[in-house]
Ligand binder design. Structure first.
Ligand SMILES: NC(=O)c1ccc[n+]([C@@H]2O[C@H](COP(=O)([O-])OP(=O)(O)OC[C@H]3O[C@@H](n4cnc5c(N)ncnc54)[C@H](O)[C@@H]3O)[C@@H](O)[C@H]2O)c1
Length: 350
């Protein structure tokens, strides 16, 4: 049983719902939120203690894992404090907003031997499990191109929370806060990014950070991917099309759990469609979203299976955001990896 302190009762409520469904693996013993009422309001039949000071989680020796669902500017200092107090960490996106901070987290995690799991729960869902299995079975061929649309809607009420839409609080716009999940899916299925060109713009709300972007990626394996992002769509929709040599995978339009709704897997050679369809019906069902993400963390901590999101994958996502902001500001195509000498290595805040 992994004893958890959940920090932050916003999206933390969805983490809590997943923990409740995994009560044989996790016990949420404490929720910390400076707004105690918000933490208390989540209670159903739970027995967790409510605290308002983060120190309560760090100092409690019974806690194994600290799950950080706080605003972005707190992710790095709280991750470092949690590691220093000997806890494993789950950290909501973005893990960090500079490569120098990622390096600090890696150093601290290596030094104390505790895991840091960056949250990318979109990876878990039946359709994405199907795609992963098709790739593993050699039925897709090599990645060729991908098109991602993160077309969501955000209005003044969303930006009423003071940290949102600002460089100091949210520390980025739609590239960092919204499309980061779909970019993680892109690299998860299409491979690591070699270079990026990008344009960003603020066209929807009167905020400091960007709310629209158009981005092109060349992957290490030669595949070409594009990402179109807006927070001014008529409604929240995500569309993902991943084209492989032998198969095209097309998502539905579910925005927050793209793997939950059925995808279409179309063989390029019609004679191979029956084999694909038969393969897909034979696969076991896996848990969706936060539940799938948390199961993978528990498996990793117990030494069972290694399907959890790794610190290196979280680091890669921060590197990609850095490259996108650099490409958008400079108008240049930016090649990865980025080193300490890169001008945005210590952060992209203007
Ligand atoms: N994975 C996802 O799909 C997903 C979805 C939404 C948000 N998020 C991420 O989760 C994080 C939190 O977002 P949110 O929407 O829940 O924000 P929120 O503002 O709704 O909730 C954050 C909570 O943290 C509490 N808090 C802030 N500072 C604190 C402190 N010093 N001590 C104790 N409590 C403190 C606040 O009172 C608040 O209840 C962000 O990084 C966001 O990007 C991820």
């Amino acid at each position: 049983m992994i004893r958890v302190a959940l920090l932050g009762a916003g999206i933390g409520s969805e983490h809590l719902a997943a923990y409740r469904n995994l009560s044989d693996l996790f016990d949420v013993t404490m929720i910390v939120d400076q707004d105690a009422g918000r933490a208390e309001d989540l209670r159903k039949f739970d027995t967790y203690a409510v605290e308002t000071d983060l120190d309560a989680a760090f100092k409690n020796r019974a806690i194994d894992l600290i799950d950080i669902c706080l605003p972005p500017h707190l992710h790095v200092p709280v991750t470092l404090q949690a590691l220093a107090s000997g806890k494993h960490v789950i950290c909501e996106k973005p893990l960090a907003t500079s490569l120098s901070d990622v390096a600090l987290i890696k150093e601290a995690s290596d030094a104390c031997g505790k895991h840091v799991f960056p949250v990318f729960q979109y990876r878990w869902g039946p359709s994405l499990a199907q795609l992963r299995s098709l790739i593993e079975a050699g039925l897709t061929g090599r990645p060729q191109v991908a098109a991602l649309e993160t077309h969501w809607s955000r209005s003044a009420d969303y930006y009423a929370v003071p940290w949102r839409g600002t460089w100091s609080g949210e520390q980025g716009g739609a590239v960092l806060g919204h499309a980061i999940h779909n970019h993680d899916l892109m690299t998860h299925f299409m491979g690591p990014v070699q270079s990026v060109s990008a344009m960003t713009s603020t066209r929807v709300n009167p905020i400091e950070t960007e709310d629209c972007a158009a981005i092109c990626f060349q992957m290490n394996n030669g595949a070409l991917c594009t990402s179109s992002i807006t927070l001014g769509a008529a409604k929240d929709e995500t569309r993902i099309r991943l084209v492989f040599e032998e198969l095209t995978a097309t998502s539905a339009s579910e925005p927050y759990a793209p793997g939950a709704a059925p995808w279409v897997f179309l063989a390029r050679d019609p004679d191979k469609q029956a084999k694909i369809d038969a393969f897909l019906t034979s696969l076991p069902v896996e848990p969706v979203g936060f539940e799938g993400f948390l199961c993978a963390c528990a498996d990793m901590l117990a030494g069972r299976e290694n399907k959890a999101v790794t610190l290196d994958e979280g680091a890669a996502s921060v590197e990609l955001v850095t490259a996108i902001y650099d490409a958008a500001r400079s108008g240049q195509r930016v090649s990865l990896p980025l080193y300490e000498t890169h001008p945005l290595f210590k952060g992209w805040q203007p």
